[in-house]
Ligand binder design. Sequence first.
Ligand SMILES: [Ca+2]
Ligand SMILES: [Ca+2]
Ligand SMILES: [Ca+2]
Ligand SMILES: [Zn+2]
Ligand SMILES: [Zn+2]
Length: 277
Amino acid sequence: MRRKHWLIGSIALGMTFLPSFIQVHAEQSHSHSHADTHITTIDKFGQKVQIGDALPKAKTIGKEKFDQPAKIESNSTAVILNEKKQVVGQKQIKKNTASNKVTAAATRTVTVLVTADEEYRAAHPDWQTLTANIVENADNGFQRDHAIDFQVQAYGNWTSSGSNSSAILSDLDRDWNTGQYDFLVGFTKDANFDAGGIAYVYSSAPAGSAVSVNLDQGATATWHAAQHEFSHNFANSHDPQGSGIQCIMNYDYSYSVDFWDQAHDDQIELNEGWYGF
Ligand SMILES: [Ca+2]
Ligand SMILES: [Ca+2]
Ligand SMILES: [Ca+2]
Ligand SMILES: [Zn+2]
Ligand SMILES: [Zn+2]
């Protein structure tokens, strides 16, 4: 039985732009073979959120580069924002469904602000195209199983800082969460980011954008991580390791499958109204 501690109390809930602080209470949640540490924080919008356990880095790195264009369900025009969040350009992202079998049209479109940190941008001069490909691979399972189409609608230059992955997640939330998009996803190559990915796990609709960060692990592993972290944003937690449950939320399968087990599939459908239109 999971116990929840509400140490912060209700005073924080109505406050916006509260400085982020983290309270930690580690506890064994179940008799599962892995220890679930529930770390909560107050996000930029004053909401109590759980920081998901950091996804381990991939054991085997898949393809370093994409060998075919991503399946892109719909056209979008993404604005390019400078560090003051002023629009300084645009990038057209064109529909591309030729390389994959046709699936049903999306019934829900969700918007994404993509940011890349200074280390990632230095490593990938083509980071806008690369990260669009990552997001567009990460959303194929959402499209196939939930008719949700993620659209990249903005890009930002993030300067990441923090001593570990959860601090870097909070840094992205503080620096770039404008609440104008459904999802705020960061891509990082910061040496202090000690995980494959990390995300806020919301228990109700986020007041701002839902935040996640993924490490640069090449094309294949990074899009798997991104799909896993987006799933946390819908309140999905983890399947117990060693359970054999085939699900992207099980660390044993996070980098090898692109679907959810029934429980996590149901949870996404329960919460999909948090995002999009
Ligand atoms: Ca796609
Ligand atoms: Ca899409
Ligand atoms: Ca950095
Ligand atoms: Zn996770
Ligand atoms: Zn699952």
